[in-house]
Design a protein around this ligand. Sequence first.
Ligand code: SAH
Ligand code: SF4
Length: 346
Amino acid sequence: MSAFIDIKSLPTEELAAQLKEQGIPAFRAKQIRSWLDRGVTSFDDMGNLPVALREQLKEQYTIPHVAIERKLVSAIDGTVKYLFSLSDGETVESVLMKYHHGWSQCLSTQVGCRMGCTFCATGKGGLVRNMLASEILAQIEAAEQDHGVRVSSIVLMGMGEPLDNYDEVMRFLEMVNEPGGVQIGMRHISLSTCGLVDRIDELRERNWQLTLSVSLHAPNDALRRQLMPIARKWSVDELLASCRRYASHTGRRISFEYAMVAGVTDTDACAKELAQKLKGMLCHVNLIPVNPVDGTPYRRSCGERLEAFVRILERAGIPATVRRTLGADINASCGQLRRKEQQNSK
Ligand code: SAH
Ligand code: SF4
C-alpha cells in the first residue's frame, strides 16, 4: 500500500504537475479533484476519464477511505465509538464525544503503535502501519456523515503515536484547514504525544496554535521507564525542557496527561515531585484514572487519591483537573475494541 501515492492529499497543482510529466493534460487534475471532493472512492467511477487513464492512475495512486465496521453508542452520554476498516482491511478506532460546545472526535493516526507503553492496549500489538493523511481525515468525514453531526474539535489521541507518523500527520493538519475541507481551526485541535523530543522541537517551528498534549505519566525517570520505553531515549528533564521551549515559542499552554495508577504514580510524593518539576511552566495537568487493560497489573486510583493529588498540584500553583469519563458502558478508550475483535476472530 505504501508504494501508492495518497491522491486525496495531493494539492491539485501538485497532481497536475505529476500528470503533466506523464503527458496527461493538466485539466484532468481538476476533473479528478472534483470527483474526490464528491466522495468518489474508485477511479472506475470517474466517468469523464478515459478508461486507459483510469487504469494508469490505479497503478500509481490510491484513494484512501474508511468504512464503518462496528458502531457502539453509549446509553449514558451519547458517546459513539467506531471501528473503521481501511482499504487494505486493517482496522482503527475513533470516538465521537458530545460536549456543551459541540462534537469532538478522537482520531487514530497509526494502525497499532510501536512505543510499547506497558499500560496501553494499542501498544500491545506493535505497529502494523502508518495511516495516510487522507485516511486520518476520512475518519471525520465518515463520522459526520453517519451520525449527522458536524465535528467542531479534534484530538489526535486514538490509536498510534502522531509524531511517529510525522509527515502524514502534518499533511493531515494542513488538509483540515484547506478550502473545501472540514475547516477545524488549529485552536480546536489537540495532538497527544508520548514525548518524541526531536519531533516536538520540529513541530514548535511551525508555530501552530494547536494544543500539545504530552503524556508524562510519571515525575521521574525511574518510574517513567517502568511505564514507557520512550523514557529510556529521553529523560524527563529533556522532555520538560522541550515543552518549555514549545510553550514559550508558541505562547500555548502545554497539557500534561498523567495516568493515575493506584500505588504506582498516584502517591503524595509523586504529586510533590511533579509540582516541583512543572513549576513556572505555562501548563495544565490532566489526571486520567488508568483504564485497566487485560494482561496488565494496573488498577485505577480511588476518588480520594485523585482529589489529594489535585490539591497538591493546585497548592503549588499548577492547574489540574481529573478527566471526565465518557462512554463508560462502551469501553470508549481506544485500542480495546480492536483488540477484542481480533481476539474474537482468532
Ligand atoms: N500515542 C499518543 C496518543 C495516543 S494515546 C500518546 O501516548 O500520547 C492517548 C492517551 O491515552 C495517552 O495519554 C495515553 O498515555 C493514554 N492511555 C493509553 N492507555 C491508557 C490506559 N489504559 N489508561 C489510561 N490512559 C491510557
Ligand atoms: Fe503508543 Fe500512546 Fe499507547 Fe504509548 S500510550 S503505546 S505512545 S498509543
